[in-house]
Design a protein around this ligand. Structure first.
Ligand code: OSB
Ligand code: MG
Length: 369
């Protein structure tokens, strides 16, 4: 495949609701959308870097810098065998996987369009709809949390994930469990704890959580293994896993039993599938995480989640959970706890070019577009 041109745009989108995790909150998103032109097709992808360097060291601005100053000038105009090979000329760049992933994922959308198949089919997806959950940000009061969760249960989400931090954890979750005894419930700490908190985290065990996501710092794989030894609740890794090699090491150490795969975090769909395969070979479950994406990123996530090893509901919620109006048509909807996997060519939903144009804050173009 040859990428003849590329356009990188930053769009501004406001979340319908403030979203808070242990490291801080956000209302507005500054999202990078990438369009690749080649072989008579137009392919789309999204960079999941956030506004601040809390979840990852990458930000919207570092990704813009790495993409426009280093990656896109090298990738545009070159021939490549596979989407992953598009990045071969910039393999010397250290880290910056979210920036890299945007190009790789655009490459997959292009490859699927060249074959005239859906992205899900191109990746080897086997489902026509995927089970989905919702991620609920920290709420100041339990009443607000219960109300929010009740609303999502009403909308049919297959599981609910609750953000926690010290001071908003055991008692809050125990109250929620009492109110929703049969709900598929899990918690995500976004690295808010230390191994010394193990005795406290053990109090989660009686609550029957599906899993505890990323309790400790991203580098603390050995500490996660020590924690998992003391917990019945399965530990799920998110921030800790940025490469297939991290996943292999985590399994070797026993640092967790589940992995949340976010293609942006691990450098794209190729590495995501490698982690999926590694886990599946060992009979372990993965699920697809989210980064408050627009519909473009969500379309890629849905395609990935259609692979057979994604046996747990993903953080893939309806467009309405995030935005007053999404930037793709049709928007994503949740029915009976599932999102339908688009069947059209490539990511299978149409970018709303007029709306994207009206939300655009800056543009950089490369090659023939
Ligand atoms: O840790 O999974 C996370 C959002 C931003 C950054 C990190 C995380 C999240 C979420 C939201 O939990 C998932 C979604 O997009 O719905
Ligand atoms: Mg997480």
């Amino acid at each position: 495949m040859k990428v003849e041109g590329a356009v990188l745009r930053e769009i501004s989108l406001s979340l319908r609701e403030f979203f808070e995790i242990s490291s801080g909150g956000r209302q507005h998103r500054r999202i990078l959308l990438l369009t690749l032109y080649g072989e008579g097709h137009e392919a789309w992808s999204e960079c999941v870097a956030a506004e601040d360097p809390a979840y990852s060291y990458e930000t919207t601005d570092t990704a813009w810098h790495i993409l426009t100053d280093f990656i896109l000038p090298e990738v545009v105009g070159r021939e490549a065998e596979t989407p992953g090979d598009l990045l071969a000329p910039v393999s010397w760049i250290r880290g910056h996987r979210m920036a890299r992933a945007a190009v790789e994922m655009g490459g997959w959308d292009l490859a699927a369009r060249m074959d005239g198949v859906s992205l899900a089919r191109k990746l080897g997806g086997t489902r026509d709809r995927v089970r989905v959950g919702v991620s609920v940000g920290l709420q100041k009061r339990d009443e607000a949390l219960h109300e929010k969760v009740a609303g999502y249960v009403e909308e049919g989400y297959a599981r609910v994930k609750i953000k926690i931090k010290p001071g908003r954890d055991i008692e809050m979750l125990a109250g929620l469990r009492e109110a929703f005894p049969d709900l598929e419930l899990m918690a995500d700490a976004n690295s808010a704890y230390r191994l010394a908190d193990a005795p406290r985290l053990r109090e989660l065990d009686p609550l029957g959580l599906l899993m505890l996501e990323q309790p400790l710092a991203h580098h603390d794989l050995v500490e996660h293994a020590r924690l998992q030894e003391q917990l019945e609740t399965p530990v799920c890794l998110d921030e800790s896993i940025t490469r297939p090699e991290d996943a292999a090491l985590a399994l070797e150490l026993g640092a967790g039993r589940i992995i949340n795969i976010k293609p942006g975090r691990v450098g794209g769909l190729g590495p995501s599938m490698a982690i999926h395969d590694l886990m599946r070979d060992r009979g372990l479950a993965v699920w697809c995480g989210g980064m408050l994406e627009s519909g473009v990123g969500r379309a890629h996530n849905v395609a990935l989640a259609s692979l057979p090893g994604f046996t747990l509901p993903g953080d893939i919620s309806a467009s309405r959970r995030y935005w007053e109006r999404d930037v793709v048509d049709p928007e994503f909807v949740v029915e009976d706890g599932h999102v339908r996997v688009p069947e059209g060519p490539g990511m299978g939903v149409e970018p709303d070019r007029e709306r994207i144009e009206s939300l655009t804050q800056r543009v950089a173009s490369f090659g023939t577009t």
